[in-house]
Write a protein that binds this ligand. Sequence first.
Ligand SMILES: Cc1cc2nc3c(=O)[nH]c(=O)nc-3n(C[C@H](O)[C@H](O)[C@H](O)COP(=O)(O)OP(=O)(O)OC[C@H]3O[C@@H](n4cnc5c(N)ncnc54)[C@H](O)[C@@H]3O)c2cc1C
Length: 278
Amino acid sequence: MRVGIVGLGIGGTCLAAALGRAGHQVTVFEQSGAPGPVGAGLLLQPSGQAVLAGLGLLDQVAANAWPIRSFHANKGPGRPLVTLRYDRQDPAASALGVSRGVLFMALYDAARAAGADVVTGTRIVDIRGDLRTPVVVAADGRTFGPFDVVAIASGAQSDLRNRVDPLAHFRQSPWAALWTLVETDAECAGTLHQEARGTTILCGVLPVGPHRVAFFAHELATRFHAHWNRGKDTRDLRFVNENDRKLSYSRLSLVAGVGLVLASALSILGVSAPEEMR
Ligand SMILES: Cc1cc2nc3c(=O)[nH]c(=O)nc-3n(C[C@H](O)[C@H](O)[C@H](O)COP(=O)(O)OP(=O)(O)OC[C@H]3O[C@@H](n4cnc5c(N)ncnc54)[C@H](O)[C@@H]3O)c2cc1C
């Protein structure tokens, strides 16, 4: 079969690897010009591990990940909210803390090795034709196909699903998270530790390999400050650009997002963030 896949994320790469190995002719379309992982780390549950095992990739990913045997969350200092143990029923069971880069590259390499073609820098805006011969349409007007089937794997933010099926229902989450990877000298525990305040603030530390954790707050502040400093010398990097209103709005949204995350992280530590610097 000729299969088109829209989106080169976790779902798209995984599907491309599986279908390519099964002998299908696969083409993946990705809007980004330089595809790669987005985000820092994730907790790979036993169900996701089973899919990787089916693709023969579990050992490779596990060798660069960290076994997580328990999940612990507090709702305040010394106030446990939930403790889950993966190994309660099966002593060998664990989730895997894995960096998104490790997972993405394993799946991407497998997809390419299985013969999948990857068309980057191509945002798909529509799927036309009848159900038996769908054609995908890119934002610049180019068309690709026909295919025997097209799979939409363009993530939660994509509006392509609604374009194809106006009755498809999904709700855009108003929440965001900024994560980073940090090298640490400390021994990593086999626990995902999270701190929650109500249902709106959450931060956590997820071990994703020996001496590596996915974390946000301090590292984010450091990087943001370094970027702010670069704007002193390079005008184009400033958050407000008088000649480009749209870009300025986008950058100011990012500033607001960073402020929200830092204020949330500080509040968890019992520190209130200053509103302004003088
Ligand atoms: C902060 C955070 C933490 C998370 N933690 C975990 C976790 O611990 N464990 C876990 O299992 N899951 C976690 N998730 C969820 C997990 O990241 C998603 O379920 C997963 O990434 C979805 O994969 P996907 O392939 O469907 O979409 P994505 O990974 O979002 O990939 C979609 C791809 O499609 C591309 N694309 C979008 N629109 C188009 C278009 N029109 N044309 C062409 N390309 C397009 C995008 O550029 C992207 O590359 C987390 C998510 C977030 C936000």
